[in-house]
Design a protein around this ligand. Sequence first.
Ligand code: SAH
Length: 354
Amino acid sequence: MENSLPDIKSMNKTELTDFIKEKGFPAFRAKQIYDWMHVKLVKSISDMTNIPKDLRQYLENNTHWIAVENLACQESKRGDTKKFLFGLDDGNAIESVWMKYKHGNSVCISSQVGCRMGCTFCASTIGGLVRNLTPSEMLEQVYEITRATGERVSNIVVMGCGEPLDNFDTLIKFIDLITNADGLNISQRNITVSTCGLVPKIRQLADYELNITLAISLHACNDEKRRCTMPVARSYTIAEIMDACRYYFKKTGRRISFEYALIEGVNDTKEDWEGLSRLLKGENAHVNLIPVNPVKERDYRRTAPENVAVFQQMLEKNGINGTIRREMGADIDAACGQLRRSYEKGLKENTEKG
Ligand code: SAH
């Protein structure tokens, strides 16, 4: 059931201050509450110990406290990747991944429950879009991982389940809250948002002139091929995406990342690296090559490591920067949406049995 009470964790400082004042409490309490939620990362209103009891009581009765429940955590053998399954208030579940790098800890978060983009290689999209997340549910993924690992998060990639630009206003609010100097104060430069290429939204994002990195899930070097795996390619051509990317670069000065998941025999041939090189020649671009994560429901195979290396060398030869994404958590259900799917399947089987 939908809870219509105000969600204070999704409010910025001005909104929270107005809310607190409106309810007849002193404005400075808003600053304290904000600090409890976004710096001290308390798990409940009752933990806000310097807030008077009447105000705590008011918040408990009249606001909707958003938290995520840590349902499961899978850890890679090397211990450098942890995948979390988080339960939401309405019984849905989402995934987030924690990755430890030399330069700091990175968290990959979800922006929606499910996804309506329909990419054929992606597990998140199999059941379609269930609902958008709220700003607080996006924040809580980072907060709960910080609590669970006891380590500071320095980088955020919005590359989990969902299409972030399909939940645009929430994404903007989330970035505003997580980069706030009175919150976790994460630098905009350390945030990456990945999109399958919603052209008007890329332009809209560019107009905010944020210092965040934009990643485009390209996965094919021409429209004909792209339409075979990515339905969004029927709405926007690669040429339109490239135009929007140039606009994004002009507005923000940020180089664009292009994601390219290598699928054996589908997009990993000579024709593909030649096409990709032609497409990206002279652009302010960087390519991330990722051997596709096989998804149980699909029969795609990943390109063999030696062929991934060849693909990268050929791009390099043509003057295109490409990095082979370090494979993290291959021994856990790493592909987007797979852990959530196994959880839901388990729930369904249990219900059927019981
Ligand atoms: N909707 C956004 C962000 C979520 S998907 C987007 O499309 O960019 C995050 C990234 O994982 C995208 O680049 C997506 O194409 C990629 N991805 C999805 N399924 C994958 C799989 N099975 N193997 C490798 N990458 C995958």
